[in-house]
Design a protein around this ligand. Structure first.
Ligand code: AOS
Ligand code: ZN
Ligand code: ZN
Length: 389
């Protein structure tokens, strides 16, 4: 029986899995060279939510949608109801301090107190949105840094960042959190104010328990052992969320698991090992853009990639692995690890889906549903949502 490789314990974990989708993944996006429009692109946040709900409909994996302010400004009572009507919830609120001329030389770190206050006020407005949407997390990614040695006082900027974050943190409700995302370069190329997990950890630790680190899998230098960082942040109790995607070169924002499935496996193994799977403290999110492929199936493929690698990570024979590790049997330990990675779980997952009354193949079911053709016919003049909106 194919499905039997998924033990009841593994199925129970997989059934609980929830991956938040980014609203901007449904809008048009591209590179600085060209944005290719896609027929049927959402024209407003309501249509983005409707599209995200399709992903959940066929996978049962994506019950929440992350918003971006100001790209998703709306009547949030209406948007919340709309999401509920579509069977999904509104999730993490993402701030934006990277599309305003005032922020040319920084936002939360700026030398000028009035610019810092403007950026702080934007985050307070984001928390107002969270109050209306019922969202728990405020995700902060900062496009701040400098391009040339000597351009900026890096130390002063850390101090100002702390002061600004403190003011934002003070406004959080009891059940709300702040997650601070790090990224080693871009748009600044010499120094970035939150370049790595250590800086994010230092900043959020100085704030308090409701501040955590966000790990975007695309935000590391080539060769970085990301699963080590996952392990360490879980060990420290400070891994607040993931932005999943994959990359070949820089911050490519490609589909998670596409560029390096083995890396995704290694990360999810540490998530399982560290108690981060289906742990409410660790939000799983996608942060992707679909520049040339259709967006809804791109998101379906992505959440399935996460599910498949989670299943493989859960298949690792932990007793055998521990025994091999303890006895110093390097090759046996590696073999246990690789056995799980090389196990094709797709037939078992398809069978399990059918046993739950779902379509065995979510990609095929969506393609056959006619939804893509319908939105292409119905929606004319899609907004460029996402980068550059
Ligand atoms: C930018 O590189 C980051 O990955 C952000 O997490 C994100 O893509 C942006 O904040 C969109 O909301
Ligand atoms: Zn991100
Ligand atoms: Zn990014």
């Amino acid at each position: 029986m194919t499905m039997s490789i998924l033990t009841p314990e593994i199925r129970a974990e997989l059934e609980k899995q929830a991956i938040e989708l980014p609203s901007w993944a449904f809008g048009n996006s591209g590179t600085r060279f060209k944005v290719f429009g896609t027929p049927g692109t959402p024209r407003d946040p309501f249509e983005k939510i409707a599209d995200a709900a399709q992903v959940h409909k066929y996978t049962a994996l994506a019950p929440a949608v992350a918003l971006h302010i100001p790209w998703d400004m709306a009547d949030f009572d209406d948007l919340r109801k709309h999401a509920e009507d579509h069977g999904v919830a509104l999730g993490t609120v993402n701030s934006n301090t990277f599309q305003d001329d005032d922020y040319k030389f920084g936002a939360l770190t700026h030398e000028d107190a009035s610019v810092r206050q403007k950026a702080i006020d934007h985050h307070l407005a984001c928390i107002d949105v969270m109050d209306a949407t019922g969202s728990r997390d405020l995700k902060i990614w900062l496009a701040e840094g400098s391009n040339y040695p000597g351009q900026a006082d890096m130390r002063g900027r850390q101090d100002r960042l702390h002061e600004s974050l403190e003011k934002i943190y003070a406004r959080l409700g009891d059940d709300q959190r702040l997650v601070l995302e790090y990224k080693f370069f871009e748009p600044a190329f010499y120094h970035t104010d939150v370049p790595d997990w250590g800086t994010s950890y230092a900043q959020v630790s100085a704030l308090g328990e409701k501040a955590m680190v966000c790990l975007d899998t695309g935000h590391h230098a080539p060769g970085t052992n990301i699963e080590f960082i996952v392990m360490q942040l879980l060990r420290l109790g400070k891994l607040g969320s993931f932005d999943f995607n994959s990359r070949f070169y820089a911050d490519d924002d490609l589909m998670v698991g596409a560029a390096d499935p083995f890396q995704l496996f290694r990360i999810l193994f540490e998530v399982v090992r560290g108690g981060g799977l289906n742990n409410p403290d660790v939000a799983f999110m996608l942060d992707q853009c679909h520049n040339v492929e259709d967006k809804i199936p791109g998101q379906i493929r992505s959440v399935l990639n996460v599910q498949e690698m989670t299943a493989r990570a859960l298949l690792v024979d932990k007793d055998a692995l521990t025994a091999a590790q303890r006895s110093g049997d390097v090759l046996a330990a590696n073999a246990v690890f690789m056995d799980a990675f090389y196990t094709d779980v797709r037939p078992a997952l398809a069978e399990w889906r059918e046993s739950r009354g779902m379509d065995a193949d979510p990609m095929a079911a969506y393609a056959a549903s006619g939804y893509q053709e319908k939105i292409a016919a119905d929606r004319v003049g899609g907004v460029q949502a996402g980068w550059g909106a």
